[in-house]
Design a protein around this ligand. Structure first.
Ligand code: ZN
Length: 129
């Protein structure tokens, strides 16, 4: 299990109390790790957003389904949606058991061959339509 600073998102040892990179006090952070990851879905750094989406899937944190789908919808409103990020969001949502119809609607809405390929590369739970 990899741990990240909830403020600067650098990788940290699990036992650390104060982030050596930014000084964030872990004890003062009251949100659970998955809740912090959900917060990081809006992180300004694309790689960090993507990583947060992936880890939520790995954690099998089912309450993340709704925030993952909501974030995917939000991303689809962008003029140029981040396809890598969308793939991470949608693969995790799928792995956590997102409603299939809602999930497929979002994939179709993206209308992106690259997105479909990225999802296909990830182990597929839903059959292709
Ligand atoms: Zn930090």
């Amino acid at each position: 299990m990899t741990y990240f600073c909830p403020a600067c998102w650098k990788i940290l040892p699990a036992s650390i109390k104060i982030c050596p990179f930014c000084g964030c006090d872990m004890a003062a952070e009251t949100r659970s790790y998955p809740q912090r990851l959900i917060g990081a879905l809006h992180h300004p750094v694309p790689e960090t957003r993507e990583l947060a989406a992936e880890i939520l899937g790995e954690l099998q944190y089912r309450p993340a389904i709704a925030p993952l789908l909501a974030r995917a919808k939000e991303e689809l409103q962008q003029r140029r949606p981040d396809v890598q990020f969308l793939a991470a969001l949608l693969c995790s949502a799928r792995d956590l058991g997102a409603p299939q119809q809602e999930w497929q609607t979002l994939v179709a809405q993206a209308n992106s061959r690259l997105l479909e390929e990225l999802i296909k590369k990830d182990k597929s739970k839903y059959p292709r339509t």
